[in-house]
Design a protein around this ligand. Structure first.
Ligand code: DC
Length: 215
């Protein structure tokens, strides 16, 4: 069973997807595995930067993406032997990940990874095109949204960025624009996808709404 969640940066998708994967089980009684597709793009970006490859260069970035040793072990993302999840939200990765994710053949490589990871499992998958391109036939499809101001405030409060609130707001607006104008896998509210504006909702309220719909 697949629960797919899309939406722009900072809407609480990752937290909600993680809460869902821990809080509910599939119809077959088996637990859910949480897959954060943005983290795959981020890990490929990190690998490129470490090797001196420009993540926006289509040929070399694709060459790396094809052989990147992306592995999920115990629900954590590894690059080879190294658990990299804690390294994926630096300002440098933030800056380079969007251009890399706009490279269409790189998207195909990541999409293949996500589908393979999900095969035969109950999964909560989250990203920008999970409900539209990667799992259009998912049992449940959600789009979580929030105002730019609110999303910037949430990122700022995480304390992971050296940027000011205004600078974060600006980078989010730029990322939104890139995410919404991709040649393939653009961020859109797909037909039949359940839309939820979370600007004035707490995480628990969003979680409760989704669980109510799923049940
Ligand atoms: O969700 P995130 O901010 O960690 O995603 C990182 C980047 O990857 C962001 O620029 C959007 C992009 N992305 C994408 O294009 N498609 C996805 N399915 C997930 C993320």
């Amino acid at each position: 069973m697949v629960i797919a969640i899309d939406g722009p940066a900072g809407t609480g998708k990752s937290t909600i997807a993680g809460m869902l994967s821990r809080g509910i089980s599939g119809r077959d009684g088996r637990p859910f595995t949480y897959i954060n597709s943005g983290n795959l793009y981020r890990a490929v970006t990190l690998g490129c930067l470490r090797l001196g490859i420009t993540p926006s260069d289509p040929d070399t970035a694709l060459g790396y993406a094809r052989k990147a040793p992306l592995v999920y072990r115990d629900g954590r993302l590894y690059l080879g032997e190294e658990m990299v999840e804690d390294l994926l939200h630096s300002d440098e990765v933030d800056r380079h990940v969007s251009p890399l994710s706009a490279i269409v053949p790189v998207r195909h490589v990541v999409n293949d990874h996500v589908r393979k990871l999900a095969a035969g499992l109950n999964v909560v998958v989250e990203g920008r095109d999970m409900t539209t391109v990667v799992f259009p036939g998912a049992e449940y499809r959600f789009y979580l949204d929030a105002s730019i101001r609110e999303r910037a405030r949430r990122r700022f409060d995480q304390g992971l960025s050296a940027l000011t609130l205004e600078e974060i707001e600006k980078t989010i607006a730029e990322r939104d624009s890139l995410d919404r104008n991709k040649e393939e896998g653009s961020l859109i509210v797909g037909e039949g996808v359940i839309y939820l504006d979370t600007s004035d909702l707490t995480l628990t309220q969003v979680y409760d709404k989704l669980v109510e719909i799923i049940h």
